[in-house]
Ligand binder design. Structure first.
Ligand code: NAD
Length: 262
């Protein structure tokens, strides 16, 4: 059947005519995802709390020949999440792809977390992610088609070496959301999957790996012998967002250079 499975990857502009919203797309992994989806022909809504940086990412995509716009979104506010998703679908008449990427890491030893730390961590990574998925699914289910890709983490499978238990719990929740929503929405033609990055060089990891020596040491501990790059994750997200993944449901694809194999 044309457009499904392997045939889909042979088509240039495989996402032409599709509308994608990427959360946390101003920089890091989200920006790489937005750029790749635009290269594949999608119109991309670059949604982020950092409005100016999101606008710069959208401009860069346009300068490279893609189609994009920036939108302001605070994942910690359910009303803002709903408005961003509904606004994108309202302006463009449909929503085909949601990349649920925005996330923060509140990293500290378990004994030091405050209720405020916990609530902030959960508000952005769990509640925001859940309601972005729900808002997108409310558009995609009546459409009869849609792709949602949650950005999880290897921290959703094992403990991070950096003490950040609340972050680990938040990513475990997003992993399970992918499984539960994947099963519930598949009958409606909406595929929910996830990508679990290992250690990727972005501003998020710069908080901890703040010197070239630390980054080199971290890379040596990974079977692939390097840190990941945002593009490593974008490739996996683009696959799961494409018609090539039509028969993949509720799966979390680990992209970590082999880190979890040890
Ligand atoms: P990053 O900090 O470089 O980018 C995160 C983006 O999210 C930023 O543009 C930021 O402005 C935006 N953001 C933060 N809070 C927001 C909010 N309340 N509302 C809307 N946008 C908000 O991080 P990254 O490394 O690119 O991480 C992206 C995703 O990948 C996150 O979910 C993160 O947990 C996950 N992840 C990253 C790594 C890694 O090693 N970098 C590993 C595993 C998982």
């Amino acid at each position: 059947m044309s457009g499904i499975g392997a045939a889909a990857l042979r088509k240039p502009g495989v996402l032409a005519g599709q509308v994608a919203l990427v959360t946390g797309a101003a920089g890091g992994i989200g920006a790489a995802c937005a750029e790749l989806l635009a290269e594949q022909g999608a119109f991309v809504v670059v949604a982020d709390i950092a409005a100016e940086a999101a606008a710069r990412t959208a401009e860069r995509i346009a300068a490279d020949g893609g189609a994009a716009e920036a939108a302001c979104l605070d994942m910690a506010e359910v009303a803002s999440v709903r408005a961003a998703v509904q606004g994108a679908a309202g302006r463009h008449g449909r929503l085909d792809i949601l990349v649920n990427n925005a996330g923060i890491a509140v990293a500290k030893p378990l004994l030091e977390y405050t209720p405020q730390d916990w609530e902030r961590q959960m508000a952005v990574n769990v509640t925001g992610t859940f309601f972005a998925l729900q808002a997108a699914a409310r558009i995609m289910v009546p459409q009869g088609t849609g792709r949602i890709v949650n950005v999880v983490s290897t921290a959703g499978f094992v403990s991070s070496s950096t003490p950040e238990a609340a972050y680990d719990v938040s990513k475990g929740a997003v992993r399970q959301l992918t499984v539960s929503a994947g099963a519930e929405l598949a009958p409606y033609g909406v595929n929910v999957n996830g990508v679990a990055p290992g250690t990727i060089a972005t501003p998020l990891t710069d908080q901890v790996l703040d010197t070239p020596q630390k980054r080199a040491r971290a890379g040596e501990k990974i079977p692939r012998r390097r840190l990941g790059r945002p593009d490593d994750i974008a490739g996996a997200v683009a696959y799961l967002a494409s018609p090539a993944a039509d028969y993949v449901c509720g799966h979390v694809l680990v992209v970590d250079g082999g880190w979890l194999l040890y």
